[in-house]
Design a protein around this ligand. Structure first.
Ligand code: UD1
Length: 342
């Protein structure tokens, strides 16, 4: 039987590249659509190393409908996973139009082509940022009220979800899953692919591994006076390969379900870990001493949030396989691999 072709926009990025691995391993034929503006070219050799062949790659900007349409004409596409978007919260505050233009135009363009070519299985890369700071319970399920976004980046995820709700309402054949990611960390266990932060990382794990390897002097823990057991913020850190796997589960669900179908699904472990705990786990599990200090709170940080992942368990038959310790070790192995190749 022919393998089903899945278009993966942003497939050369951090989560995208790990999803390519899972798709191939589960018998799909993914096509990466990426213009590599935020991706590192070495991801191609990393993927080739893991897969044993070079995946199909089309160098196209998803906002460019004229460049993208031939991809839909050239083959029957069975499903789309749409990752391609900017994701730096701070940058989005400084340059909101860059975010609105790229993230929303990209989504609208891919949806136009999906409708025109009847590609009816669609997975959208959303974020737990849509919940903002949860009131009361810190474990959020999908029924939790969505919050006003605290950055243009977050707003593009909220608006993106709304665009898909509206598209689906008018096109009952169009089936969609919004995956709301918690905090992806780690790297492929082989250390052949991982995260390539651009410039100074703003996310915790790459900042930690870059500090331990000597690229950064010191990690600043942003605040230890929050109302949490150790005073530092709490997140739900999920191994990127587990997250990648959830996309395959989402495609399988879309395939098996009848229309109309639209669901938002949390992808997290269901377990909260504080910044201080992450620092301690890093030191214990990698046997590295980390240079760190307590600094001021980072404006806009959510105090505590973690997933209720029951819907993912029930609907996708998905649970996280890796522990946070595994993810930390894999992130460290990846950082060491990067250093070897420098
Ligand atoms: C952030 C965004 C989120 C987005 C995600 C994308 C905010 C409020 N949230 O998530 O919307 O989807 O990035 O990657 O910006 N920390 C330190 N020192 C550091 C870096 C981080 O203490 O040098 C702390 C942060 O204060 C936070 C935790 O580590 O408590 C995790 O931070 P980060 O990795 O940036 O993720 P989020 O803030 O959860």
């Amino acid at each position: 039987m022919d393998k089903k072709t899945i278009l993966v926009t942003g497939g050369a990025g951090y989560i995208g590249s790990h999803t390519i691995v899972e798709l191939v391993q589960k018998g799909f034929h993914p096509i990466i659509v990426d213009d590599f503006r935020n991706a590192n070219k070495t991801v191609v050799s990393g993927l080739t190393e893991i897969l044993g062949f070079c995946p199909s790659i089309i160098h196209v900007n998803v906002c460019d409908i004229n460049a993208l349409e031939p991809v839909f004409q050239a083959q029957k596409i069975h499903g789309i996973i749409h990752f391609a978007a900017y994701k730096a919260v701070g940058e989005s505050v400084v340059d909101p139009l860059k975010y609105y233009k790229n993230n929303l135009q990209g989504l609208v363009t891919i949806c136009e082509l999906a409708l025109k070519y009847q590609v009816n299985n669609f997975v959208f890369s959303s974020s737990c940022t849509v919940y903002g700071e949860p009131e009361g319970l810190k474990e959020v399920d999908e029924a939790t009220r969505l919050s006003k976004a605290n950055s243009p980046y977050g707003n593009t995820k909220l608006i993106g979800e709304q665009i898909l709700i509206d598209v689906q309402a008018q096109n009952p054949q169009f089936k969609c899953v919004n995956l709301r990611y918690f905090n992806p960390i780690g790297a492929h266990p082989s250390a052949n692919i991982g995260e390539f932060p651009i410039g100074t990382p703003s996310n915790l794990l790459p900042y930690i591994t870059q500090t331990a390897i000597g690229k950064r002097e010191k990690l600043t823990v942003f605040g230890n006076d929050y109302p949490t057991p150790d005073g530092t913020c709490i997140r739900d850190y999920i191994h990127v390969s587990d997250l990648a796997n959830a996309h395959v589960a989402a495609l399988n669900l879309l395939e098996s379900t009848s229309t109309p179908f639209f669901e938002a699904i949390n992808i997290g472990t269901g377990k909260g870990t504080s910044v201080k705990e992450i620092v301690d786990l890093f030191e214990t599990n990698t046997h590295q001493k980390l240079n760190w200090e307590i600094g001021n709170r980072r404006p806009g940080d959510v105090v505590e949030i973690y997933a209720n992942a029951k819907k993912a368990n029930d609907l996708l038959n998905w649970t996280a396989n890796y522990t946070v310790e595994d993810a930390i070790v894999h992130a460290w192995n990846w950082e060491k691999k990067l250093a070897e190749n420098d």
